[in-house]
Design a binder for this molecule. Structure first.
Ligand SMILES: Nc1nc2c(ncn2[C@@H]2O[C@H](COP(=O)(O)OP(=O)(O)OP(=O)(O)O)[C@@H](O)[C@H]2O)c(=O)[nH]1
Length: 303
């Protein structure tokens, strides 16, 4: 029996929603391993990272997109066009709204954008249900159903692991019948170098405030096994900030902060790659990189 006639389904889903509503956490919980970075800072996610859910009956490839927001900078505009092109290419969209916050302008802004992507079914996902009472969840489900016509509405808690199977079923139902798109066991097709850069950025975001999170970009310049050793990987990375004052903050007194970021990032990279890592992390200034097309390209944000 081939995959067509066996009813196997495979395809793409993506989650959209305001910054910080739990999209990356949800994807990680569905995939079951850490592939997209999460943090309590809004707009952590900048790249479309795929996680793959393997089931006996289906393969669900999840594209993690940056949150929609009103573009203020060139980076913002580029992110928004990335989101729109992603939405037209997937088989189903998960629109995320947290259970514990009222629906606001930001959510409506996204619903309006989704209306333009008519072909793709939209499933509403009420996230973070562990942070709300049953009444609040019930109220939110009603409020969401009044927002627009959704294919279905599913309440979940990524952190509590609740209703994740139900959500996966609902998403899989919308995938076309198709043989698997990726080999079994693969969890993500993001190049390792990008994942490593994201882990460093995650460590750097810990404890920084205000506009600084948006000014930090990380590029892994080189990643090679140490010569003559098969148990040690040398990673050379640059962390970019926009101004000298920011450089001083991320380095910290006597380099203490940077050292701490390096240690935490190294532990995460070692856990991801299963090898010991030597991390060489340098801070550089890329003046106003968020507004400069040349710098954006260099940092991996393409048109
Ligand atoms: N209690 C609880 N917290 C959650 C849950 N899901 C996400 N969070 C927290 O919410 C914050 C934001 O989660 P992310 O997954 O980074 O959110 P995001 O929507 O991907 O954010 P952006 O990348 O900024 O768009 C993090 O601090 C998460 O730990 C959940 O189910 N329960």
């Amino acid at each position: 029996m081939d995959a067509e006639s066996s009813g196997f389904r495979a395809g793409f889903a993506c989650f959209v929603g305001r910054p910080n509503v739990g999209k990356s956490t949800l994807m990680n919980a569905l995939v079951g391993t850490k592939v997209a970075i999460t943090s309590s800072k809004p707009q952590t996610t900048r790249r479309a990272i795929r996680g793959i859910v393997h089931r006996p009956d289906a393969q669900l490839v999840i594209v993690d997109t940056p949150g929609f927001h009103r573009p203020r900078t060139l980076l913002g505009e580029r992110l928004d066009s990335l989101v729109l092109s992603t939405l037209t290419e997937v088989d189903v969209i998960g629109f995320c709204v947290p259970a514990n916050e009222p629906i606001g302008k930001g959510d409506r802004f996204i619903v309006d954008k989704l209306a333009a992507v008519k072909k793709t079914p939209v499933v509403a996902v009420v996230t973070k249900c562990d942070l709300a009472t049953r009444e609040q969840v019930a109220h939110q489900l009603l409020a969401v159903s009044a927002l627009a016509e959704f294919a279905e509405i599913v309440p979940v808690s990524a952190q509590g692991g609740e209703q994740l199977d139900v959500l996966a079923d609902v998403l899989v139902k919308r995938l076309p019948e198709s043989p698997p798109l990726y080999a079994g066991g693969e969890l993500t097709d993001e190049p390792e170098q990008v994942l490593v850069a994201e882990l460093i950025r995650e460590a750097a975001l810990e404890g920084v405030r205000d506009e600084l999170p948006h000014s930090i970009a990380v590029v892994v310049e080189e990643m090679n096994p140490r010569e003559g050793r098969d148990d040690l990987l040398d990673v050379y990375a640059h962390m970019f900030v926009e101004r000298p004052s920011q450089k001083a903050i991320v380095i910290g007194p006597g380099g203490a902060r940077l050292k701490d970021v390096g240690t935490r990032a190294r532990q995460q990279i070692e856990a991801l790659l299963g090898t010991r890592v030597y991390l060489d992390l340098r801070v550089k200034i890329a003046k106003e990189w968020q507004r400069d097309p040349k710098q954006l390209r260099r940092l991996g944000f393409y048109d």
